[in-house]
Design a protein around this ligand. Structure first.
Ligand code: EPU
Length: 416
């Protein structure tokens, strides 16, 4: 199993280019099942989750061609309606096939994703929404089965904001008969990117990016060419890398408007954040000022940046309260940060981080994707050698992260 080995203590400087967004690419690739003919997607990152998505699409009968960052999918051969356990257990976002399959075939059988390292993560709202659209939902033998002749538009209210729930229902409702209104919908840029992609295929979706999305069902969708938006969490991770190492990084090919909450928090820590049209330059400063942070649905501070920000607060001057409101168990990185010398106490959904003068390198274990990035950031500033084990989590969602850090001057490498 691969490990990342870091010799910390060097400020990172230079330019880095951001890859396409994993969480935008996943639902958009799944949406290609809604069309016949070749869709072409560009700026698709090379990640384990993308390979898992391609595996599902091929299993279902789609043809997929990949050349570098371009992925072409032809959904016309769609013949299976099932996403089996062996595929779903590798990637819980596989549940995103549910909407397209029910819309296209009138039936779907998808292995229920279990909980994961960060929380229980039920999909009850996806299922309630599909039921409101007229699907008959049954749960048996660990699978959810959804069936209907044709979905009918409906008014759906989410009592919790859910990103993939909103996406699943959008991809289901595009081919439904009549109008669907999604209330308290997720406003994340990935939801907007999916709506834009579906509209490019001929869907009629309005309001994406607000809490109310209106979808007028159409009879069929057509193939389209779609460019995947830059990854805002990768962007935020490099911004934090500049701040934590006291470096100077210019992040290119990003969308600064998607990371405003992160930019604002970093400015409060004392970092200089200079925003261009598609670039952000972050210059770290010493000492780092402690600030409190609370995760919220977009446009609030993203839960997917909480662990990385905690690494920064671990070496800040003062105390910081970090409150996680999205997932009930997203503090597993705390015990690993403590092994590097961080002083953190968790009570319920709040972590009290007392900044320390320095961290010291040690072997640590990554427990999920963003925790991996957090430990690498901590390793970049720790004195001595940090070894991050179980980096397969990292490979799910960051493209060549260690190579990008190395190009900015980090002493970092991968060993098998
Ligand atoms: N929830 C329910 N019922 C549902 C759906 C969600 O109670 O039917 C709850 C969840 O348990 C959670 C909250 O609602 O407490 C929000 O979860 P959400 O459904 O928004 O999360 P998700 O759609 O499963 C996506 C991203 C995550 C990201 C979250 C929050 C994808 C593929 N995944 O997950 O990304 O953390 O939104 O922004 O888009 C990551 O990339 O590392 C990652 C975990």
């Amino acid at each position: 199993m691969d490990k990342i080995v870091i010799d910390g203590g060097r400020p990172l400087c230079g330019q880095v280019k951001i890859s396409g967004a994993k969480n935008a690419a996943l639902p958009i690739l799944m949406a290609s099942l809604l069309t016949d003919g070749w869709c072409e997607f560009s700026n698709v990152p090379d990640l384990r989750d993308i390979r898992s998505t391609i595996e599902i699409l091929e299993y279902l009968g789609a043809r997929v061609e990949r050349s570098g960052r371009v992925v072409k999918v032809d959904g016309s051969g769609l013949r299976r309606d099932e996403a089996p356990y062996d595929i779903v257990r590798k990637m819980r976002a596989s549940v995103l096939v549910l909407g397209p399959l029910v819309a296209r075939l009138g039936r779907a059988r998808v292995s229920l994703p279990g909980g994961c390292a960060i929380g229980a993560r039920p999909i009850n709202l996806h299922l309630q929404g599909l039921a409101s659209l007229g699907a008959k939902i049954t749960l048996s033998h660990g699978y959810v089965e959804a069936e209907c002749s044709r979905l009918r538009g409906a008014e759906i209210y989410f009592d919790v904001v859910t990103v993939t729930g909103t996406e699943n229902l959008m991809t289901a409702a595009v081919l439904a008969e009549g109008k669907t209104v999604l209330r308290n919908a997720a406003r994340e840029p990935e939801v907007v990117a999916l709506a834009d992609a579906l509209n490019a295929m001929g869907a009629e979706i309005q309001g994406a990016g607000t809490a109310e999305i209106v979808i007028q069902g159409v009879d069929c969708l057509n193939p389209a060419r779609i460019e995947i938006i830059p990854d805002r969490i990768e962007t935020g991770t490099f911004m934090t890398a500049a701040a934590i190492t006291g470096g100077d990084i210019t992040i290119c090919n990003c969308l600064p408007q998607h990371v405003e909450a992160i930019s604002e928090k970093l400015r409060q820590t004392g970092a200089e954040v200079e925003v261009g049209e598609d670039t952000i330059r972050v210059r770290g400063c010493r000492p780092v000022t402690s600030v409190d942070v609370k995760t919220l649905p977009y446009p609030g501070f993203p839960t997917d940046m909480q662990a990385q920000f905690m690494a920064l607060m671990a070496v800040a001057d003062g105390h910081s309260l970090i409150t996680e409101t999205i997932f009930e168990n997203r503090f597993i990185h705390v015990s690993e940060l403590r092994r590097l010398g961080a002083d953190i106490t968790v009570s319920g959904n709040t972590a009290l981080v007392r900044g320390v003068a320095g961290l010291s390198g040690a072997p640590v274990m990554a427990t999920d994707l963003r925790a991996s990035a957090c430990l690498i950031l901590a390793g970049l500033v720790a004195e001595g050698t940090t070894v991050v084990n179980r980096v397969y989590h990292l490979d799910r969602g960051y493209e060549a992260l260690e190579k990008k850090f190395a190009s900015l001057g980090a002493a970092i490498g991968r060993v098998s």
